[in-house]
Write a protein that binds this ligand. Sequence first.
Ligand SMILES: [Zn+2]
Length: 60
Amino acid sequence: MAVPKKRTSKMKKRQRRSHHRLAGLNLARCAHCGAAIRPHRVCHNCGQYKGEAVVQMDDF
Ligand SMILES: [Zn+2]
C-alpha cells in the first residue's frame, strides 16, 4: 500500500481545503409571481413552470 513519505503541513492541508467550500445557490425569478426560484424547478410560491400551472397550490 502506498504510504506518504512526509507528513502534510498545516499550510498545505489548508491550501488544499480552501477549494472545498460550497458554491452559493443559483437563483432565478419566477416569471409569474417574481419569487426567487431555483432554475428548472417548479415555483414553490405559485406552482408554475414555464408559464404553465403544473402544481395546484390549493392541494396543499
Ligand atoms: Zn411563482
